[in-house]
Design a protein around this ligand. Structure first.
Ligand SMILES: Cc1cc2nc3c(=O)[nH]c(=O)nc-3n(C[C@H](O)[C@H](O)[C@H](O)COP(=O)(O)OP(=O)(O)OC[C@H]3O[C@@H](n4cnc5c(N)ncnc54)[C@H](O)[C@@H]3O)c2cc1C
Length: 360
């Protein structure tokens, strides 16, 4: 069993690892972040957990999703009990509206596979969709997929709850404390340096620094994490869309309509890459997702946009997301980063894998 672990980065990934390790380890755990928790990608996320509804059916990608959705079913109530505070989440599932470009046969196959795997997934015709969700445009005559076991969670509230619960288990958090570099020559420990050259010695280091991971890891491994911008907005309506008692997340054309309490909805997110090395949020991309959302739920046109925001997703270059690995001369630097569009979804499985790596 390790005696000391240092985690660098307190977004959803670092916070989940800290909490899960603190439940099963007696060792000293310290978490450093150059900001307060959940400020970077995690602070911008919509928290939509597309596990069962994803097209992944086998291998690592499916196992990660399945394991994470299963863990979320117990993790959220567990954290609410420990912290005695509510974590806003939506357990009414996800409805994906299929377009004429979607391959219906592929979705029928997915429903059959999930049934064999003992998960629920339903295909709805337009009549069923309109009966369940009267807010959907009446012109819609296609098919929708309903995934009742997928969910959505407020990523900031979740991260803060993980931090609070980990603190109760003895984890020490050091916010507004940047880490500059890591050395891993000593066979039994790593040295971690702050910008003022203070040194922290730890048996293991776990790098969960999102976009900050590339420079921290550069001396040990070339792990390039590239930013992909996402814009989103919150819209306030005079009354809830459709039936107030059935408010699942609605997804259409990669745009999520996320009920977030009262008459408010989060809508997002754009997917914008840097052009000639320049990353700039374009208003026209935000307008486009607004139009897609209104096309599917016309009542959204009556809403008032009360907040817009943007964030940078950490996407690995030239390798699949996420990057979970062991690097450094002494192999005591663990990496869990580059979760791109699914970091909130994949945090529980990531924490389990890191736990397994530590216990050999
Ligand atoms: C608009 C938008 C919508 C999204 N929606 C969803 C969604 O619906 N579902 C989903 O699953 N995912 C979603 N994502 C993706 C998700 O947000 C990310 O995959 C996830 O938050 C990554 O978490 P992380 O902890 O790895 O990184 P981050 O949240 O970026 O955290 C990294 C942390 O490391 C710290 N750090 C960096 N460098 C250093 C250093 N040198 N020293 C100390 N600290 C450092 C940073 O301050 C930061 O707090 C969305 C992302 C965006 C932008």
């Amino acid at each position: 069993m390790p005696t000391s672990i240092t985690i660098i980065g307190c977004g959803i990934i670092g916070a989940t690892i800290a909490y899960e390790l603190s439940c099963s380890n007696e060792c000293k755990i310290d978490v450093y972040d150059s900001q307060q928790p959940a400020q970077a990608a995690t602070g911008a996320a919509l928290g939509v957990l597309m596990g069962i509804i994803s097209q992944k059916v086998k291998g690592r990608a499916w196992n990660f999703r399945k394991e994470s959705i299963t863990r979320y079913q117990s993790l959220i109530p567990e954290l609410e009990k420990i912290t005695k505070s509510k974590i806003p989440h939506n357990s009414q599932g996800i409805v994906k509206i299929l377009s004429s470009e979607d391959d219906l046969a592929k979705w029928e196959q997915l429903v059959a596979t999930r049934t064999e795997q003992e998960w629920q997934l339903e295909l709805w015709n337009a009549r069923k969709l309109n009966a369940q969700l009267p807010q959907i445009n009446r012109q819609f005559t296609g098919t929708a997929v309903y995934s009742p076991q997928d969910l959505q969670v407020d990523p900031v509230a979740l991260t803060n709850a993980l931090v609070a619960a980990a603190k109760k288990n003895g984890v020490k958090f050091h916010f507004d404390q940047s880490i500059e570099s890591i050395t891993a020559e000593n066979p039994l420990s790593c040295d971690i340096f702050t910008p003022d050259r203070s040194t922290i010695t730890s048996e293991w280091v776990i790098v969960t620094a999102g976009l900050g991971s590339t420079s921290l890891l550069a001396p040990h491994a070339p792990i390039e994490i590239q930013p992909v911008l996402g814009q989103a907005f919150q819209i306030r309506l005079p009354q809830p869309l459709g039936n107030p008692d059935f408010q699942p997340v609605i997804v259409s054309d990669d745009v999520n309509i996320v009920p977030c309490g009262g008459n408010d909805y989060w809508i997002g997110a754009t997917v914008e890459f840097a052009i000639d090395g320049v990353m700039k949020a374009e208003a026209e991309h935000l307008d486009k997702i607004k139009q897609i959302a209104i096309d599917i739920c016309p009542d959204l046109a009556q809403g008032e946009i009360i907040r817009t925001w943007q964030g940078l997703r950490p996407r690995p270059n030239h390798r699949p997301a996420p990057v979970i690995d062991r690097v450094g001369t002494n192999k005591r630097v663990l990496v869990a980063t580059g979760h791109y569009r699914n970091g909130i979804l994949l945090a529980p499985a990531t924490a389990r894998i890191i736990g397994d790596m530590l216990s050999g």
